[in-house]
Structures are given as structure tokens and as C-alpha cells.
Write a protein that binds this ligand. Structure first.
Ligand code: GDG
Length: 492
């Protein structure tokens, strides 16, 4: 009811680094999928980079319409692409937030271009904003966007959602510009993250970097600003995935398929998966010829060195395992370095006996939810899920594994392969009931943002409520415990 009213009154303005082509056959990437699904439920438009590199510092905003969807896009320059996208976003923020300080390139001096592209986005977006719009910024590329929009006079509610995990505060404060990032969060009304663990880590980071504190109201005070932090686990359009006519193992009754679908990223635990698969074939000869691992790993960010390394590591691992165990009529690993068309996704999920999801750290992981939603409830497959995926906080009835531990990975795979039908059905029922509810993600973030926006009556002019909260701040113990914050901040 409330959501319908909001739809009639306010436009939802989605902003992300990359706007996808709605007509394209296959789209790999969880952020685009999540935004696309949320925009199907709200009127509004999607602003961001069109994926083109053009040498103009003063590009025009191109507005286009495709069915019910409207996009407004600009190109980036080669320097923007290099320093903002490949550089600061994906060689500093991405590895650090995934707790991979060893891969972060702090020395490269990408930060000024990172801020400049955020300024460019804000300059092009600000004239498109109407007074009742609700603005929702996505992901680590755009931390400073709200600050830049505020500088341009935008007073609308602005929310931020971080799709990636929040690594430990000790990792985040290694970023030379970590105080600027913390300060940028203060320009939002609501900051959403995927899990309770992320809420705890983010509050810890704000406390350590800019002496942020948790107010009795449950809001956060940091850098002269006050805002909400909430946990909003991203979901999927489960109805779309539930409608597949394909049955289990329909294509190849001789060998059960274990499916993996991951962007080719070093956070996804793919070498660990391949090694564990080889170990299972070694340790349990009875499973040889009876299973196939089909791993789709579409390329991503190939100009970043760490991504080229993972590609060659996987090629060599799959080659070695296939060479060792393969036979004339059986190839154990089917490794496909291309995207699978979205139209084929649900049938592939449904016809696979197991989905094996092994990230070393992941914000949520939509593949795990898509697999659950695609199953035949009477004869469902088994989800094996890394404990370190955000989805593991919700999907407790998956077979949970530690991707760093080869023995645990092999045991998890054996358990899934040998699981009796009644246990598969019981686990699937519980998982499916959670996944079905998860498509309220966009609506719950939107509603929380509208509420958070109402609490603010003007920047620099604290409302009576904020003034009261600031007074009470004196009574807040300096080290407010994070446990309380988690209970106070569960959103969707
Ligand atoms: C980020 C966070 C968070 C993948 N390969 C193909 C393909 N995909 C689709 C999947 C799924 C999406 O892309 C991947 O989403 P994930 O959540 O698994 O992972 P990231 O891309 O890393 O997403 C993640 C997410 O944002 C949302 O907040 O969950 O933690 O890292 O929808 O189906 N789609 C097609 N072909 C492929 O080959 N068509």
C-alpha cells in the first residue's frame, strides 16, 4: 500500500557507475541485475556511464527510453576509465573492501580522478532532478556523489547502497583517503549494506576513522552529520526464476551437473573450487564419470593485472584436472570463459544437481538465490554456499563450506552429491521461503530512504529532532557497543 503511494508521488532516480543496455541478451553483474529489477517496480530513471570512452570533458547527457525504462547516460574519457574505474574503484576500493590489501594499488595516485568523475556525474545529474525525486546511489565507485550533489543545491533524500562487503575497519583505514570516504557518507540520509556483519564493520570504521558515534535514536553521527545505517540484503525476482519447464539432469542423465556461475574475479574462490573438485576425484573414485563441473566465468575488468592472473591460473588448473582424470567420453571440468545468455540461465540452474558457490568474500551473491528459486520443489538440487558470502547469513540451510579448507570443500561436495531426496526437499523448502521474500529489497530500501529523508529538514540547519539527539549525544558512552547498533538497524 505504502509502496504504491510512493510510486505515484516520487520518481526513483537510480545512479550507478555503469548503466546497462536493457535490450542486451546477456548481462553479467549483480549490481545491474538488482537495479534493473528494482526499477521494474518503481517509476523513475537510471543515470550513469554508458560504457563508451570518448575524449570530451564536457559530454552531453543522452536520455533514452526502452519500454518502461528510462536511462540518462554520459561517456567517460580514457583517463576517467583508467584512473577512476580501473584505478581507484577496482584497484583500491574493491580489493580493500574484500579484505585483499595485498592487491591494492595505493601508490598510483588515482584519487583525484575518482573525485573528478563523481563531480562530473553530479554536474550532469543535478539539472535532471525534480523536487519530489528520491535519489539512490549505488556502490563503491560513487561514495562522494551525495556530497557533490549537495554542493550543487540538491536537498532531496539521497541514499547509498554498498553492494560489496565491508571489510574489517583495520583494512579500510589503510586507504590513504579513508577519512574523506567516511566524511562522504555523512552527506547521505541512509546508507544500506548487505549484512549484519557489514553494519558492524561500517560502524567500527566510522568510529575509528572519524570518531563517529551511535546515537540513542539508532542513527549515526559522524563529521557534523547524522544519518541511518541499515542492513538490506539484496534479493532477486524469484517469480522469473521459478518458471522453468526443464527437469533435473534432463540433458545428460549419465553425469550430474554441478553448476558454477561467477564473474571471473579473484574474490569468487574459483581456484579453490577447481582444486577441491580435483581432490574429490582423487579421493573418491566412485564419483568419477558420474559428475561434471560446468563453470561459467565471464571475463570482467581484464585490464587489471590481478584479473589476468586469475584467468591463467584457472586455465592451467582445469587443463591439469581434465588431463589427469578425463577420458574419451568424459571431460570432468567444462570451463567456459564467456557469459551465458540470461534467457538460458534458469533452465541451466534447474537442470543442475548442485550449485557450487565458493567466494572468499562476497557482498551477497545473487547466483545462490537464483539457483534456489529455479529448483523443482519436488526434486530440488542442492546449494553449496561459502560461509563468507553475505547470502550465508540468510541461507543457513544450504550446505555451508569454508572455501579455504580443501577437506571441508570436499566433504561439502560429497554431502551434496549423496544427499537423500527428503533432506533435499526439506532444505529447499526453507531456502525457498527466504528467497521468495527477498524480492522486497528495492521497496524496503526505498521506504526506509523516504523516512530517513523526512528526518532531515536542511543541511547545516539541524531539525529539533537532530538538535535533541545532539544534546543527548553528551550522554552516549564514548565506546557505544556495536551489538546494539545491529539490532537497531535491520532494514529489509
Ligand atoms: C555484486 C556483488 C552482490 C553472472 N554471470 C552471468 C550472469 N551473471 C549474473 C548472475 C547474477 C549476477 O550476474 C551476479 O551477481 P552476484 O551477486 O553473484 O555477483 P557480483 O556480480 O559480484 O555482484 C555481490 C551483487 O553485486 C548484488 O548486490 O550480491 O556480492 O559482488 O544475477 O545471474 N548472467 C548471465 N550470464 C552470465 O554468464 N546472463
Amino acid at each position: 500500500m505504502a509502496a504504491r503511494k510512493e510510486k505515484a508521488l516520487s520518481r526513483l532516480v537510480m545512479v550507478s557507475n555503469r548503466v546497462i543496455d536493457f535490450g542486451a541478451a546477456s548481462q553479467a553483474g549483480g549490481v545491474s541485475v538488482a537495479i534493473y529489477d528494482a526499477l521494474a517496480r518503481h517509476s523513475g530513471f537510471w543515470f550513469g556511464w554508458n560504457g563508451q570512452v570518448e575524449e570530451t570533458e564536457t559530454p552531453e547527457t543522452v536520455v533514452s527510453r526502452d519500454g518502461n525504462h528510462t536511462t540518462a547516460t554520459i561517456p567517460l574519457t580514457a583517463a576517467d576509465y583508467n584512473d577512476f574505474y580501473l584505478g581507484y574503484s577496482n584497484s583500491v576500493l574493491w580489493p580493500v573492501f574484500h579484505n585483499r590489501l595485498d592487491l591494492a594499488q595505493f601508490e598510483a595516485g588515482y584519487y583525484s580522478r575518482y573525485v573528478a568523475v563523481n563531480e562530473k556525474f553530479a554536474t550532469h545529474l543535478a539539472p535532471l532532478i525534480e523536487p519530489d525525486d528520491v535519489i539512490w546511489i549505488h556502490d563503491y565507485h560513487l561514495f562522494p556523489m551525495a556530497l557533490e550533489l549537495r554542493k550543487r543545491g540538491i536537498e532531496n533524500p539521497i541514499g547509498f547502497f554498498l553492494h560489496i562487503p565491508v571489510g574489517p575497519a583495520q583494512a579500510l583505514i589503510a586507504i590513504p583517503e579513508h577519512r574523506e570516504i567516511a566524511r562522504a557518507l555523512g552527506a547521505y540520509d541512509l546508507v544500506g549494506v548487505q549484512t549484519h556483519r557489514d553494519v558492524r564493520n561500517l560502524i567500527d570504521f566510522l568510529q575509528q576513522s572519524v570518531f563517529g558515534s551511535l546515537l540513542p535514536s539508532g542513527r549515526i553521527r559522524a563529521c557534523d552529520a547524522e544519518f541511518d545505517i541499515g542492513c538490506f540484503p539484496v534479493g532477486i525476482d524469484s517469480n522469473y526464476f521459478a518458471n522453468s519447464p526443464i527437469t533435473q539432469d534432463g540433458e545428460n542423465p549419465e553425469a550430474s551437473r554441478i553448476i558454477g556461475i561467477d564473474r571471473l574475479d579473484y574474490t569468487k574462490g574459483l581456484p579453490q573450487k577447481f582444486r577441491a573438485f580435483g581432490k574429490l576425484l582423487e579421493d573418491c573414485p566412485e564419483h568419477r564419470r558420474r559428475i561434471v563441473l560446468s563453470q561459467f566465468a565471464p571475463p570482467t575488468r581484464e585490464s587489471v593485472e590481478a584479473y589476468a592472473d586469475i584467468r591463467s591460473e584457472l586455465e592451467s588448473l582445469s587443463g591439469a584436472i581434465n588431463g589427469r582424470f578425463g577420458e574419451l567420453d568424459w571431460v570432468p571440468i567444462n570451463y567456459i570463459h564467456r557469459p551465458i545468455p540470461r534467457s538460458e540461465l534458469r533452465d541451466v540452474y534447474r537442470s543442475s544437481r548442485i550449485c557450487w558457490v565458493t567466494p572468499l568474500m562476497d557482498g551477497m551473491n545473487l547466483v545462490s538465490k537464483e539457483y534456489v528459486a529455479s529448483q523443482d520443489p519436488k526434486d530440488p538440487g542442492v546449494l553449496i554456499l561459502s560461509k563468507f558470502a553475505g547470502a550465508a547469513e540468510q541461507l543457513r540451510d544450504a550446505v555451508l563450506v569454508n572455501p579455504y579448507d580443501p577437506n571441508d570443500m570436499v566433504q561439502g561436495l560429497r554431502k551434496a552429491l549423496e544427499m537423500p531426496i527428503d533432506e533435499r526437499v526439506a532444505r529447499h523448502d526453507k531456502l525457498a521461503s527466504i528467497v521468495c521474500k527477498s524480492d522486497a529489497w528495492g521497496t524496503s530500501f526505498f521506504s526506509a530512504l523516504v523516512k530517513a529523508g523526512k528526518r532531515r529538514t536542511g543541511r547545516g540547519q539541524p531539525s529539533a529532532r537532530v538538535r535533541a539527539a545532539m544534546k543527548r549525544l553528551d550522554t552516549v558512552p564514548k565506546k557505544a557497543g556495536p551489538k546494539k547498533s545491529v539490532a537497531a538497524h535491520v532494514g529489509g
